[in-house]
Write a protein of this length. Structure first.
Lengths: 1161, 129
């Protein structure tokens, strides 16, 4: 509706506007035309007025000239003079004079009459108009004049000059002129003798004027009316209807100015009627008394004007019409375009609507298909075949086809994997020939094949049509793992009512994909089931329980997988454990639970493998020992998952216990009879029962010593057992070393006496202190001393030497026995190894001694080694860390000095230490002590804080508590050792469980010292000092020398500043070179057979090339010997020179190293 | 306190009993009484009032530690020092015997020639305390 109304309104409004516009333009044009016409007429009128005025001016001039001329005539002047003088006196004379005047005037008058004059009068001065002295009127009009020239007369008399103007006497209007006639003898200023008046008409000649103007002309006289609207009568006129116009009051109104008007004549012509009003002379009011009317025929002009008006009307009308037409055309055009556009729109909308409807239909179909597919996807079946069959049934229902088959096609082999047919025609497992089915086409095309009527769509000859009578078919390939597996097909014996559309094809395609995915899943599930079954079988046959244990971020534990053994161990099902692991944890006996939880926590935090042995309370009451191990891994969500197993070690534990008991019992049972035997023999040998006969004595001695050996063997076996099992405890104590050695020598002297061997301490170090278990050290010494004694030839001495080798103390036991054969060197510290069977018997001994000795030394953080050459005796030596203990005075001085330094510097000078200690009091105490000793100290109360500190600052040493609120100090220790920067950072473990920690860590970590709490202040100070002095590493020197004296001198010179190892044989040097890295090697080549010579070839094989100094009898050229840096002639060598040479070499080396390092960087 | 003189040796093995007796009497010059079980030792100790009891640990009937406990229960034997003699030589075992009231532990096999002096040493050490 709107669409329709709008154009009408627009048309109406547009037309209205156009009409108004063009109307207004027309009015304007007409107005302009009229104005132009009026102006034209006004101009013509004015022109006529001017012509009239010009005629009147000429007339007035003539009047003036005529009056003056006549007044100047001397005859007339004389006559008038006489008349004026004699008039009153003699009327006769008067008459005569009048006649004479008239006669004189007559010629003039005649002429004047010819030119239209109306009157010629002579007056005496002071006469009035109606009483002229002489009047030359024509006879017919004489009576009529009414003395209208009074004004002109009086004026001329007064002014004594000629005056002129209109005279109107109510009957006639004339143009009069009055001239004064002066005394003929008196000149211009003479006295007035009379007045001469000449009168003409208003215009000289109406007919002439009419002719001149080509218009009608009339003289009108006033016939009444007021001054504004005077009424006129015609006085004189050319031909024309002027009188009629006046009667009809069509004359223009005039006051003082001329006016015009268009009037119509009887003849139908139009005239321009102009009235030029004239007033009487001397009338200051200028009241019109007469008028000249001029009328001009303007019919042509009027006609032209009418034509012009018509043309204007036509022009603008036409313009309006054109505009209107344009408007309508525009509107029409617009409307048409709009209509077309709308039509197009409508058509498009129609089309869209149609396509939408189509789309909607196909969407509906797809929706249905999707719904079916969705239903299929949501199918719940316990077995895959049933699932696929139900899907096929649903698909068949959707497509309205009775038969549905999912098959596997392999060449010509067609095996039905799943089928649905109402009559059971196709069943699972049935095989067909591929070429007998329409599916062969699907396989060939690898795409959907569909037809609703086989006969009309070109499938009538297909074997399938003939064999099975199927008429409509739709099938799609099934893909499994990217390989064509087979086909999904739906078929019917009927022609399908509705053709297959794209939705149907897509449905089949999707269903085929689903079937493919399901078959894939089916295969996978079968494979997985098989795997799971296999795993379950394996797991069931595995002793113990295989599991996955998972701890999430909140700390909740579960067993995502646990083998069936979990029932045996914990009495819960794997499913229960998968929900909650707490029952498993609760089953652990209370004493062990904390340990297990802690080990799991540590494994979780550090992702270290978990190992633990613990006891559980089996649901049936008895206690089981379990050993578990697993490897943790971090999951993306932060949870930790362990894979591992737990197995029953109750039996092992029991056998361990039995073994321990057995050993204890065996030991006991062996010892008991041995007690009697060795006791008895001892008594006999000791002479308590008198002196045995000489003949028995030897045998008794054999019996006694073998009894003793048996005892030793039993003892050693027990020791070895304990060491191997890690059950031997060490009571480590700081103590002076020498008393222990003295004691050992004393204790073993009796034994040595049997071999007539004497122990001699060749070097003592009374101030040396060590941290050892005294009893174990005795055992070590006893072993070495007894061995030395055993292998020494009689009457020889066994030398014991105690010396400081840098930070270590070396105790050497040197015998002069047969030495150790080269072949036996490697096995000497192994169990039950003795150089040869015969000596075993000869020398006694269990074969366990050195093995035990080495274990003991290493447990006390020492090392043991030997060097020996066959026939040259042997030197066994062990080294222990040396405790540096300044005496009280020295310490006081040091403290004072450090304190002084601290005061000077304002801050604690020297090394910076980190105190890791959770107990605030202990931490404070440690910090106070450490600062008092002049170090800087920072305190960390937790592992986290400690790590924070280490990350931020570098420390020279750390004191570490093992029990920290957020973990074990050992964790930190391990971490420190894993980082290259902190690998060698000295760590002093200060803990109440230092020993346990030490046992746990074993001997693998360097630069770690252990200090049990409550700690001894003095011990702490030494440990710290020792740790800090250890850095940086001092240069290590090996001196190869056979001469004891020179060795001593070298050692005396360099030992204070460097670590010196002395090798006295090639074997010893080799041993030392293998185990240490030397910066400098000095070789003594003075003795021709000395070991130094043999070392030279070894030098080039060393990984690091040390500086080499040789000492020789003569100054040898270094080049002779290959890579030797300095050769010193020995004779006359002073200690100072020697040291200088060492320093020079080491210093030079270091500079080179530095340069190399810089060069590398 | 007087010197160690009277020792009661409780030992089930007669051979060892004999060796020890000779070692103490002949070598050490002590007076020795011997019992072959704990029960007998209780009576003998009460009756004879030895200076010291050398007590074997493993014995049929009541063993060494039990005997010690019984001795401590009897008024008359409460104060008599006891030294264990045992073939159980492991450190924890020795520690255990000390902890239950043994003055010290003598390990089997012992050296008969020094047994007496060993006992005297322990005796004197106890004396010092």
């Amino acid at each position: 509706m709107k669409v329709l109304r709008l154009p009408l309104l627009l048309i109406f409004l547009g037309s209205l506007l156009l009409a108004l516009f063009f109307g207004w333009m027309l009015v304007q044009a007409l107005h302009n035309d009229r104005e132009a016409f009026r102006r034209d007429l006004a101009f013509q009128s004015k022109e006529q007025g001017i012509t009239v005025s010009a005629a009147r001016a000429g007339l007035e001039r003539r009047v003036q000239v005529l009056a003056n001329t006549l007044a100047a005539d001397p005859v007339i002047r004389n006559l008038l003079l006489q008349a004026a003088r004699e008039m009153p006196t003699s009327p006769a004379r008067n008459a005569m004079l009048r006649d004479r005047l008239r006669a004189n005037l007559q010629p003039y008058w005649e002429a004047l009459r010819e030119s239209g004059a109306l009157e010629l009068n002579l007056f005496l001065p002071d006469a009035n108009d109606i009483d002229p002295l002489v009047s030359m009127d024509p006879p017919d009009t004489h009576e009529q004049h009414t003395g209208d020239s009074d004004y002109l007369l009086s004026r001329a008399q007064h002014l004594r000059t000629v005056v002129f103007g209109i005279e109107f006497d109510g009957q006639r209007a004339t143009t009069g002129g009055v001239a004064p006639v002066l005394h003929p003898d008196e000149g211009r200023d003479g006295s007035l003798v009379g007045l001469l008046e000449v009168e003409f008409g208003v215009v000289p000649n109406v007919e002439a004027l009419s002719h001149q103007l080509e218009s009608g002309v009339a003289i009108l006289l006033r016939a009444g009316g007021d001054d504004a609207t005077p009424r006129w009568r015609v006085s004189e006129s050319s031909a024309g209807p002027i009188a009629q116009w006046l009667d009809q009051q069509q004359a223009p109104r005039v006051a003082t100015q001329s006016a015009w008007r268009v009037v119509k004549g009887d003849d139908g012509h139009g005239y321009l009627l102009t009235l030029v009003p004239l007033s009487q002379a001397g009338d200051v009011m200028q009241r019109p008394v007469t008028a000249v009317a001029i009328w001009k025929d303007i019919s042509l002009q009027l006609k032209q004007r009418d034509e012009l008006v018509m043309a204007t009307w036509l022009r603008w009308g036409l313009a309006w019409l054109i505009a209107e037409a344009c408007l309508l055309l525009l509107l029409w055009g617009t409307r048409r375009v709009t209509r077309e556009t709308m039509l197009a729109h409508q058509q498009r909308l129609e089309r869209q609507k149609r396509s939408l409807v189509g789309l909607n239909q196909s969407l509906e179909a797809q929706k249905e298909a999707l719904q079916t597919l969705n239903d299929i996807a949501a199918l719940q079946e316990t077995s895959f075949p049933l699932l696929v069959e139900r899907a096929l049934q649903a698909g068949a229902a959707h497509l309205d086809m009775p038969y549905a088959i999912a098959n596997r096609i392999d060449g010509e082999e067609y095996i039905i994997q799943a089928a649905y047919s109402p009559d059971g025609r196709f069943v699972r497992g049935q095989t067909l020939k591929t070429s007998d089915t329409f599916c062969s086409a699907v396989v060939a095309r690898s795409d959907v094949v569909a037809f609703t009527d086989a006969d009309t769509q070109g499938w009538s000859d297909h074997r399938c049509r003939l064999l099975f009578g199927l008429k409509s078919y739709i099938g799609a390939p099934i893909w499994v793992h990217g390989q064509r597996f087979g086909a999904l097909s739906f078929s019917s014996e009927q022609i399908r009512g509705r053709p297959f559309d794209e939705a149907d094809r897509e449905f089949v395609r999707l269903l085929a994909r689903w079937v493919g995915a399901t078959l894939m899943r089916w295969q996978e599930v079968e494979a997985r089931d098989e795997m799971a079954g296999r795993l379950a079988k394996i797991a069931s046959q595995t002793p113990g329980m295989i599991y996955q244990y998972r701890v999430d971020n909140a700390g909740n534990g579960t067993f995502p997988y646990a083998s069936e053994a979990i029932r045996t161990f914990y009495g819960i099902s794997p499913e229960q454990a998968a929900q909650d692991a707490s029952m498993v944890i609760e089953a652990i006996v209370e004493e062990d639970r904390g340990k297990v939880i802690e080990s799991i926590r540590e494994s979780r935090e550090n992702l270290t493998p978990w190992h633990c042995e613990y006891r559980i309370q089996h649901p049936d009451g008895h206690v089981l020992w379990l050993a578990g191990q697993s490897i943790p891994e971090r999951e993306p969500d932060g949870a930790t998952l362990w894979h591992g197993f737990v197995h029953d070690v109750t039996e092992r534990k029991r056998s361990e216990r039995l073994k321990t008991e057995f050993i204890s019992t065996v030991s006991h049972e062996l010892r008991t009879p041995l007690t009697s035997i060795s006791g008895s023999l001892g008594l006999i040998q000791g002479g308590a029962l008198g002196t045995p006969p000489e003949s028995m004595r030897a045998m008794l001695s054999v019996a006694h010593s073998n009894a003793q050996r048996l005892i030793m063997l039993i003892n050693d076996l027990l020791d070895m057992e304990k060491l191997v099992a890690g059950k031997m405890t060490f009571q480590m104590q700081e103590q002076p070393l020498m008393p222990l050695i003295d004691q050992a020598i004393e204790a073993n002297q009796a034994y040595a006496d049997q071999f007539r061997v004497h122990y001699v301490i060749t070097e003592r170090l009374d101030e040396a202190e060590v941290n050892v278990d005294a009893m174990r050290l005795q055992q070590v010494l006893s072993n070495l001393l007894s061995n030395a004694a055993k292998f020494s030839p009689p009457d020889m001495q066994v030398e014991v030497r105690v010396e400081a080798i840098g930070e270590r103390l070396r105790v050497s036991v040197i015998d002069h026995g047969p030495g150790i054969p080269e072949a036996f060197h490697e096995r000497i510290f192994q169990k039950f190894s003795q150089a040869d069977g015969s000596s075993t018997r000869k020398q006694g001994g269990t074969g366990l001694g050195l093995a035990i000795t080495r274990e003991l030394v290493e447990r006390m953080r020492g090392s043991i080694s030997f060097f020996s050459e066959e026939g040259q005796g042997a030197c066994f030596f062990f080294e222990l860390p040396r405790l540096v203990r300044p005496d009280a005075a020295e310490r006081a001085a040091l403290t004072e000095r450090l304190a002084g330094q601290a005061e000077e510097a304002g801050v604690a000078p020297g090394a910076r230490l980190l105190i890791v200690e959770d107990d605030p009091d202990t931490a404070l105490l440690l910090a106070i002590l450490i600062r008092r000793w002049g170090y800087q100290a920072e305190v960390a109360h937790t592992l986290e804080e400690a790590l924070g500190w280490i990350e931020r600052r570098s420390f020279d040493a750390i004191t570490l508590d093992l029990m920290l609120p957020d973990g074990s100090g050992l964790t930190l220790l391990r971490q420190l050792r894993e980082q290259p920067e902190t690998r060698d950072l000295p760590v002093l473990v200060v803990s109440a469980i230092a020993e346990e920690g030490q046992l746990e860590i074993g001997g693998q970590l360097n630069a770690v010292d252990w200090l049990a709490k409550p700690f001894d202040e003095r011990r702490l100070a030494h440990a710290l000092k020792g740790s800090l002095n250890g850095r940086p590493q001092r240069e290590r020197i090996m001196h190869v020398e056979s001469d004891v004296e020179l060795t001593r001198r070298v050692a005396g010179q360099v030992a204070a500043s460097m670590t010196l190892d002395v090798a006295r044989s090639v074997a010893e040097a080799r041993y030392l070179l293998d185990s240490n890295d030397y910066g400098l090697i000095s070789l003594d080549l003075t003795a021709p057979q000395g070991p130094g010579w043999e070392i030279i070839p070894l030098l080039s094989q060393l990984p690091r090339h040390p500086a080499v100094i040789i000492l020789s009898e003569q100054a040898l050229a270094p080049t002779l010997l290959g890579r030797v840096d300095t050769a010193i002639a020995r004779p006359g060598l002073s200690a100072e020179e020697l040291r200088e040479a060492f320093d020079r070499q080491l210093h030079g080396r270091r500079c080179d190293d530095d340069k190399d390092t810089q060069g590398d960087s | 306190m007087q010197a160690l003189h009277r020792v009661l040796h409780v030992e089930d093995d007669p051979s060892i009993q004999e060796v020890a007796r000779i070692a103490l009497e002949v070598v050490g010059g002590m007076q020795v009484a011997s019992c072959d079980n704990g029960q007998a030792a209780l009576g003998k100790a009460a009756e004879w009032q030895p200076d010291l009891i050398l007590l074997d640990v493993m014995m049929p009937g009541i063993d060494g530690p039990t005997t010690l406990a019984r001795l401590r229960e009897q008024e008359t034997t409460r104060e008599i020092p006891v030294i264990f003699m045992t073939a159980k030589v492991q450190a924890n075992e020795i520690e255990h015997y000390r902890s239950i009231g043994g003055l010290d532990v003598v390990i089997k096999p012992f050296d008969p020639m020094t047994l007496a002096s060993q006992l005297r040493e322990i005796w004197e050490r106890m004396d010092e305390r």
